[in-house]
Design a protein around this ligand. Structure first.
Ligand SMILES: [Zn+2]
Length: 250
């Protein structure tokens, strides 16, 4: 019988049987783990709060062949401020879903863990306008997919004017390389500068960044295409988040 202790963030949870839950956790050292949490839906369960989505918890797990079993759990941060507000809730859901899509079970990704935890902390402090974009950029970087923004991703020449962005090329491309890429689209140099700032700035400084209206839409479009190209599928939270952003910008 092998027990081990680790810190986790809860990505998702499903009801299982009468009183249990199947919980997908991102562990600091062990990557994404599927965990059976017995009895956590009983009214007096002391572990119930620790398996709610987005919760940062310390857990004691029993290593199973395919599923871990939860033995003890202690909430380190429940991020209450996220649960009380619909847009923050949607963003946290989006962050966790993206992490879920970008990770494999039992493959350690300490950088991704750090990025997710920091993004949830920032979100609990208050929704910064560019936090979702900053999170996307940091997640791409942590998984080795950061867009190339210093010069053209194809020919490496500096791109001083008529910049384009191509998800298939992996970032910024010059005008002549763009001509031979089907998915290259023009991008303003202002948006490229914001992308560069998002790459360089730690997540806890993202509150200091803002983008004017057309630029933030352009940023979102290009980053999203870059993400989707890496994932090769659509992420349900994209639509959900868009819907909420639409509601709140009216
Ligand atoms: Zn080029």
């Amino acid at each position: 019988m092998e027990l081990y202790r680790t810190e986790v963030v809860i990505l998702r949870a499903w009801d299982l049987g009468e009183a249990d839950k199947l919980v997908r956790m991102l562990s600091r050292e062990h990557g994404k783990l599927p965990v059976v949490a017995k009895g956590v839906r009983r009214p007096r369960s002391r572990m119930a709060a620790a398996v709610l989505p987005f919760t940062h918890a310390e857990v004691l797990l029993y290593r199973g062949r395919t599923l871990e079993r939860l033995r003890q759990a202690q909430v380190l941060d429940s991020f209450q401020a996220i649960h009380g507000e619909l847009v923050r809730l949607a963003q946290a859901t989006y962050f966790c879903q993206l992490v879920d899509e970008f990770t494999e079970e039992r493959a350690p990704v300490p950088e991704v863990y750090h990025v997710l935890l920091e993004a949830l902390r920032q979100l609990a402090r208050g929704a910064a306008p560019l936090l979702p974009r900053a999170f996307e950029m940091k997640l791409l970087t942590a998984t080795g997919y950061q867009p190339q923004l210093d010069g053209c991703a194809v020919c490496a020449r500096a791109v001083a004017r008529k910049a384009h962005f191509s998800a298939s090329a992996g970032g910024l491309v010059c005008e002549s390389c763009a001509a031979s890429l089907e998915d290259a689209e023009p991008v303003s140099l202002g948006t490229v500068r914001i992308m560069q700032r998002l790459l360089a700035l730690p997540l806890d400084r993202v509150q200091t960044l803002a983008a004017a209206r057309p630029m933030d839409q352009e940023l979102k479009r290009h980053l999203r295409r870059h993400l989707l190209y890496r994932l090769d599928k659509n992420v349900a939270s994209f639509q959900f988040l868009d819907m909420l952003e639409g509601l709140t910008s009216v």
